[in-house]
Design a protein around this ligand. Structure first.
Ligand code: COA
Length: 647
């Protein structure tokens, strides 16, 4: 990776410790977008960025519209691995026809749109990638983030840890509110920081066809225990924030008021298909008591889930614990476990389980993983430092259980939601592990980009299992532009396939393998640099497609060409989410016959979270993990062999 594409953090007025912590972070899920300015104590609904005032406070450049011929020639290169010679010739002539015909018209219309919007993609992306997506947010959209494991010996331990998590989160929010999070940099380019202001107080609200986002700034959180939902104030009547002991007291009260599981686990509805949940939401909203309770959850700063034990310390080893914790943060283990102890629409849900599973689930639509990964390291460091000396506030209010009137129709929907979630849980095949043989340092010592190297290991692993190229999605941040979210890095290339084939070829020499590895890594790195600058192919082609749809223009044949379809069927869905602590992010695959791979590369090890769908006969997370570990070992051997031969 060239210096240009590296993300560093600029020094600012932060305290020294905070600076040290934040500097260690690398950029992650950056699909960040800017909807509107953060509004204090006001609730704002948004489903269209264009309806909001322009907020380019940082005066960042606008997302460019790439040139049509550049995108098309780049795209042709990316589809080559998926086509035979005859198909490739047909696709090439289709591209020529598109470029000389309707493509030009669409390009002109798109450029016109770009002239009118701060970011031509922003609202389109929010809607198509998130708010109009009808599958459940659970597994399909919301990642889990697993914190390092804890061993709680008592409920007091659990509640104290939870209280510290909340205090740490509030301190982090204060940094955000006061613009004290250092502006991240990519080379000399500052990155859009707007998404940091969208993670607290935000909630997705279900509507038929397209959901909405609700942004709020309040002084309470939602606590869920035994599937009962509570309003917990974090400030006393003197206007002072509660200290850790006072929050522990409030949480004890919550636990006392909810000793047995609720017979109406309303939160499970948020795990449903979005249209089904929207229907239940409309029914619930007919009743004023329900409307008030829904509004209370939606306006809270975050959710805290006090979970029951998940069997963490009964696991045989650390990797088995990783799978248990990943499952808890992605789906809560289903209806009989903690799956109803959630409000999945909330952007941040902290999870603190009775036996030491800790982490969070985040709803992806308002922001990428970056602010969440920064928050994670902030919390972990904060808890290690044990800063708990605040004086108490006076007049803390008692937690209040939120009431819901559930009629027979909604009760039936709750039952259906339980069954749907349990099916999802059964279908998600997780395999999370620490690869501890080497990390970034070893790869860097061979003058290679760690990210590109790991991506090529995934390409090789997939090819070794399926003997066919795997279309492969990696997120690249486009936050150097105002409202920038992500571009796709197409990691599958002619070079990556040649590399995988060389590694599997018994006749290929170590020298040949090394040459193929370097070529594949360089091709990936080149594409990465372009994607970070907004010059990948996927967002541009999406923009042209949506332009056609909006203008009533027949969808060009290019969009049904086998090259288009196969290269976009992302069988390997990946992202680097780096945090300093020994945590990791995890999520489900993008397609039925695919794999998910989220990874946290650290100096001397890499945390991987892989997943497949159990229902698909061709894929299994354990097989993929084994192939990935083999690939990493083989690549290591090739590098060591070449180093030895130079001696
Ligand atoms: N030789 C030696 N060192 C090299 C090198 C080379 N050829 N190439 C890169 N390096 C170094 C870099 O300088 C960097 O060093 P540092 O750790 O000291 O800062 C390190 O290796 C890592 O660089 P690299 O692995 O190349 O890339 P990256 O960490 O910058 O990540 C992306 C690249 C694409 C992942 C990142 O830019 C990005 O966009 N992240 C967003 C990911 C995302 O959206 N995730 C979704 C989460 S929901």
């Amino acid at each position: 990776m060239s210096n240009n594409s590296r993300v560093t953090v600029q020094k600012s007025k932060l305290q020294y410790e905070d600076q040290k912590m934040l500097r260690g972070l690398r950029i992650c899920g950056l699909r960040g977008l800017m909807l509107e300015p953060y509004t204090s104590s006001v609730q704002v609904f948004a489903n269209y960025a264009s309806t909001q005032p322009s907020t380019n406070i940082q005066k960042l450049p606008r997302l460019p519209v790439p040139k049509l011929n550049d995108t098309l020639s780049k795209w042709l290169k990316t589809v080559k691995p998926f086509l035979n010679d005859e198909e490739y010739a047909a696709t090439t002539s289709l591209v020529k026809e598109f470029e000389g015909g309707v493509g030009q018209k669409l390009q002109a219309l798109l450029e016109k749109r770009a002239g009118k919007h701060e970011n031509w993609l922003e609202d389109w992306w929010l809607n198509t990638a998130y708010l109009e997506y009808r599958d459940p947010v659970v597994v399909f959209s919301s990642p889990g983030l697993v914190f390092p494991f804890r061993k709680f010996n008592s409920q007091e331990d659990q509640l104290r840890y939870a209280a510290k998590t909340i205090i740490a989160a509030l301190d982090y929010k204060a940094l955000i509110d006061n613009d004290k999070i250092p502006v991240e940099m990519m080379g000399k380019s500052p990155l859009d920081m707007a998404q940091y202001k969208k993670i607290f107080g935000t909630c997705r609200i279900p509507y038929e066809k397209r959901d909405k986002l609700s942004f709020n700034d309040t002084k309470h959180i939602t606590v869920i225990h035994n599937n009962h939902i509570f309003h917990v104030d974090l400030w006393g009547s003197d206007g002072k924030r509660l200290n850790v002991d006072q929050i522990v007291q409030a949480l004890k009260k919550v636990v006392d008021l909810s000793k047995t599981p609720s017979s109406e686990p309303i939160g499970i509805l948020t795990s449903e298909n979005r249209d089904a949940w929207a229907k239940a939401y409309q029914l619930l909203s007919k009743d004023k008591v329900n409307r008030d309770s829904l509004a209370d959850v939606e306006s809270s700063l975050a959710v805290l889930c006090l979970d029951s034990a998940a069997g963490l310390w009964q696991c045989a080893d650390d990797n088995a614990r990783r799978n248990v914790a990943a499952a808890q943060t992605i789906h809560g283990g289903g209806a009989p476990a903690n799956g109803a102890n959630r409000w999945f629409d909330k952007t941040i849900q902290f999870i603190v389980g009775a036996d030491g599973v800790t982490g969070l689930t985040y709803e992806h639509s308002p922001a990428e993983g970056q602010p969440i990964a920064v928050l994670t390291d902030f919390i972990i460091k904060y808890i290690e430092q044990d800063k708990t000396g605040d004086t108490p506030s006076s007049g803390p209010k008692e937690p209040a259980r939120l009431q819901f009137n559930v009629d027979s129709e909604v009760a039936a929907m709750i039952n259906t939601a339980k069954q749907s979630l349990d099916k999802l849980v059964a279908n998600l095949d997780l395999n999370c592990f620490k690869f501890d043989k080497y990390g970034k340092n070893f790869i860097k010592s061979h003058k290679m980009s760690p990210d590109s190297y790991l991506q090529m290991a995934m390409q090789y692993a997939f090819y070794s299992l399926h003997k066919t190229p795997g279309a492969h999605y990696e997120s690249a941040a486009t936050r150097m532009y105002t409202g920038g979210r992500t571009e796709t890095i197409r990691s599958c290339s002619v070079e990556s396939v040649a590399f995988a084939a060389a590694m599997l070829d018994a006749r290929a020499s170590a020298h040949d393998k090394l040459a193929a590895m370097r070529a594949a890594i360089n091709a990936h790195k080149d594409y990465t640099v372009q994607a970070l600058q907004g010059f990948g192919v996927d967002r541009h082609l999406l923009g042209l497609k949506l332009t056609a749809i909006e203008n009533g223009i027949e969808l060009p044949k290019l969009y049904s060409d086998p090259g288009y379809v196969r290269s976009a069927h992302m069988r390997i869905s990946t992202s680097q989410v780096a945090c300093k602590c020994d945590g990791f992010m995890c999520y489900g695959p993008l397609v039925g016959d695919g794999y998910a791979t989220c990874y946290n590369p650290r100096d001397d090890d890499v945390n991987f979270a892989t997943a497949a769908f159990a229902a698909h006969p061709d894929t299994a997370a354990a097989r993929y993990r084994a192939a990935l570990e083999r690939a990493l070992a083989d690549m290591h051997d090739v590098l060591l062999h070449s180093a030895r031969s130079k001696l």
